[in-house]
Design a protein. Sequence first.
Length: 342
Amino acid sequence: MTIINVCLLIAVGFMWYLQRPLPSPETWIAPGHIVKIDDFINAEPISKVKNISLKTNLHMTYVREVEVTTRWNRFALNLNGYELRNTNSHFSSSDTVTDFTKNDLNILGKKLVPFMKHDIIKAAMVYHKIEWEEKISRPIVIHHPEKFQTGVPLQVGDEIIELNGEPIESTDDIYFFLKSFHIGDTVTVKVQRKGNIIRIPIEIKEMDSSGRATLGVYLKHQFTFDGLNDDDVIQLDRTYIGESGGFILTLGLIQKLEPSVDLSKGRIIAGTGGITRGGDIKPIGNLDLKVLTAVNENADVFFYPKFQEAQIEEVRKAFSIGDIELIGVRNISEAIKYLTET
């Protein structure tokens, strides 16, 4: 057999190997792009002022994500600067993410968007001291994590009212009530489901990652403004996923509610981070790639959660970031203070 034939056989074998499917799909990630937020924000329903045309020059920061199913895809993406990452980048909740699978996190990335919208609006109102009547639900079932069987009898949308006759007002009430429960114990859960009151016996079948008894469902409070639709203010399309745009969108809404103040002063402002109702920034994943995105897109300032400072230092050591100002903040007020004083 000639050397040419051997080389051909090796090449054919290598191509066959590359076309083989992976045991399970992988998500590969790379720096992406920044997007102006002005088209996603409408302050008019809050301010009652028509035609707010202010351009904020604020930008959300996106990374590129591709699902890989073959070794060839993996090989090609590796050559183009992509990396295999744990994909919890859309999920900025403080809940223990080890209770969730990759699929759970992707689902939650979409389901949490309406809650993020409300938090953005509330945080902007808190900053501007705008009073707006608000209603709050009891804990509502948002999702069934794949690792848990305990909560199977509960349905998404169920509002938890009582446990064994004890009234429930918050998720903390549930954690406190279940702290003495063990696997095999049963709790009667009273829920409101589609206008009906139902009592459901639930057997505790597993503990969560911290060793606590759990109902085996992801719960959130539903907040609603009286006479204000969140979707009229924060206008994200159905393709949007995650909470990482919450902080910069809040900053943009605050700016549009006070158009006489120019926060950007001609600078390209980018950033990432979730947002709380009170205006605090929440941590987010893949921070290094988002910094590189802002650098590649020639942003002048990039805001990030202050408590992720160690990750930023690693970026500074590993990459040349040029003249961009990387500013760690704990809340909206710190970001506005920086922008107005510089």
